[in-house]
Design a protein around this ligand. Sequence first.
Ligand SMILES: Cc1cc2nc3c(=O)[nH]c(=O)nc-3n(C[C@H](O)[C@H](O)[C@H](O)COP(=O)(O)O)c2cc1C
Length: 344
Amino acid sequence: MLAPMEGVTDFHMRRILTSVYAYDRCVTEFIRITNNLYPDRVFLKCCPELETGGMTDTGVPVYAQLLGTDHHYITLNAQRLVELGAPGIDLNFGCPAKTVNRHGGGSSLLRTPDRVISIVDAVRNSVDPSIPVTAKIRLGFDNSDNLMQIATGIEAAGATELCVHARTRLDGYKPPAHWSEVKQVRDALSIPVTVNGEIWNDRDASMAQSDSECFDLMLGRGALAMPDLARQIRSDVNSTTCTKLVWLDVLELLEQLLQTAVDLPARYAGNRTKQWLCYLIREYAGARELFPRIKRLRDIDTMAEQIRLQRKLCIAGDVPGQADTVKEVEAVERIDAAQVMLSV
Ligand SMILES: Cc1cc2nc3c(=O)[nH]c(=O)nc-3n(C[C@H](O)[C@H](O)[C@H](O)COP(=O)(O)O)c2cc1C
């Protein structure tokens, strides 16, 4: 599964990443519910796939993610999303953002297991039983003391699946992810349990699977750094050889994302592309070369020119391959950490 990432995996990014690999599922960025039923346009903006049967154009179902504390309004919004064609509802109990947590939402709910469970229960009972209701949690808020109570309660409340980001709110996005802590959840529950966190390559994927004993994986930043990560993992599982996406292919994807920015205000237009490039730096030397050339550009036509120039250089064989030195990787990790701070 492709992880929901607010400000990153919007409709365009979901379309691009699912064109590389048809994930089993995507989840929208969170829709924060306070005390209203949103007009349809809000849902359609966050999840344009609702107009195409809740699927991406490669047929990947997109569940709508809700975040909030008020049962009444969460259920009203969930019901409307289902009427509009959402193939599933995902409930966010993992968001670490201070503004969200200050209002009692996201990961701060993990301090009060009963509240998490009652939200799942309310949503489960408000939508048709054929519609999956899934939950995404972290190991806990500042420790994992409530983990089992929350996980078993979520299952008892009728959730169809549970995804565990194997870190607490206190851990933030700091490596490592504690995959082995998810095993106790896997052992205790009958519903599918997905492990998430810090999966950057196929080796991490198989370690996450063996430590947690979960088969299902959710990929976040790793899928941005390596757009064909899911394909690599699957080919490993199926023991088939799989050609790696080369920088030239990725440049084409970057160009596609840039083209979607034409309707955005000039100030923001290129930011999405720069943001993605920051993640790609981790995996592609070509991204490290391109980033300094475009980081100060605001005009998307000039950015597109730079990308096209890189493609030409790449075709001529003048752009290097993968990240190799420890120093480079460390620099990239610093950029990555900064990205997370900026985005969440
Ligand atoms: C920029 C950013 C935005 C995120 N937004 C969401 C979100 O909207 N909903 C959610 O459940 N998780 C969100 N997350 C958490 C990811 O879904 C995922 O759990 C986390 O990044 C750990 O996976 P990873 O180590 O593979 O990135 C976000 C993470 C990042 C980095």
